[in-house]
Write a protein that binds this ligand. Structure first.
Ligand code: SF4
Length: 319
């Protein structure tokens, strides 16, 4: 058996030993869209505190993949800069790569400049993911985002032009559309109303599997360790409103190891087994696909007619 189903002890692990394979930091609860499938629920004006970032980056040795999430992060160039500043000031050794999801509507020059500074930090650090792009930008253009764009008179061409600005300023970035929303919709947040069925587990049972893989005398934590704007360490993909009640602890005033020790853990010895376990976890939380058919009928337009210009075309015309 690869997995040993028992709670792991963190007794021998030091804060400075922690290497996170994946970390997600939610920097803002603001959003200019109101997508019907949004698992975060209703937005608010709350944004991340510097002391939460500082605490996080002082208690971790290295992050393989740092996801920056929201809300809509392109509304917050100053917060991107705050992350870069906190990374530089913190005890953390470095970040392997940065991963962002955006709706692509607010890609200002200021936002692109802030990303450029962050990417420069990533490239200067001790990077163990050589061969990968230092920045991944995914832009969601599924049916739900398209509906929001239509309401506001925004076209996919506009979005492609915006993404091209990132690619032009940061050629080493990987920028792409995410066109489909056909799998793994978490049945939570605003999406609960959309499917009309409440077959969700109680939120407190939705804990993220944490995987500990001893390596080079450090502790690798797989799954995703997620931090809210308030510094709460929380399960991924939960509504803003549930962050406080689902928190494992607050990074600002608690020891990271004691927070991690409250999570459900499994030991894994190979990354592919980690993937399998993660997919199982997502499936448990997802609404059955048949529930989405009704929605597809309401939005009867075809994506192929809307995608009039590819991202590559947009990058070419920006040159
Ligand atoms: S899915 Fe993204 S863009 Fe849509 S409302 Fe939620 S945070 Fe905003």
């Amino acid at each position: 058996m690869i997995f040993r189903k028992k709670q792991l002890s963190f007794n021998d692990v030091q804060n400075t030993d922690i290497v996170l394979e994946n970390a997600e930091i939610l920097i803002t609860q603001k959003c200019n869209f109101g997508c019907q499938h949004c698992l975060r629920g209703e937005p608010s004006n709350k944004t991340i505190k510097k002391e939460a970032l500082d605490a996080f980056f002082n208690k971790i040795f290295y992050i393989g993949n740092l996801s920056i999430g929201g809300g809509e992060i392109s509304l917050e160039p100053d917060l991107i800069r705050m992350i870069t500043k906190s990374l530089k000031e913190g005890k953390i050794l470095g970040v392997g790569r940065v991963n962002l999801t955006t709706n692509g509507t607010s890609v200002t020059d200021d936002f692109v400049d802030a990303l450029r500074e962050l990417v420069d930090y990533v490239k200067q650090g001790e990077n163990d993911t050589t061969g990968f792009e230092p920045l991944l930008v995914g832009c969601s253009i599924d049916d739900f985002h398209l509906a929001e764009m239509q309401k506001r008179g925004i076209t996919v061409d506009d979005i492609a032009d915006n993404l091209a600005k990132i690619k032009k300023s940061i050629p080493e970035a990987y920028v792409d559309f995410r066109q489909e929303c056909d799998v793994d919709i978490i049945n939570t947040g605003r999406a609960r109303e959309l499917v009309g069925v409440r077959k969700v587990k109680p939120l407190l049972d939705m804990s993220v599997p944490v995987f500990v893989r001893p390596e080079k005398n450090r502790s690798y934590l797989g799954g995703v360790i997620c931090m809210s704007v308030d510094g709460e360490i929380i399960p991924i993909n939960i509504p803003f409103l549930d962050e406080r009640t689902c928190s494992y602890g607050n990074i600002i005033n608690e020891d990271f190891i004691s927070i991690l020790s409250k999570m459900r853990t499994k030991r894994v010895f190979h990354p592919t087994d980690l993937d399998k376990e993660y997919k199982k976890f997502i499936k448990q939380m997802s609404a059955p696909k048949r529930l989405w058919k009704k929605y597809d009928k309401e939005y009867g337009y075809k994506k192929n007619y809307i995608f009039t210009k590819s991202l590559e075309d947009a990058v070419e015309s920006e040159k």
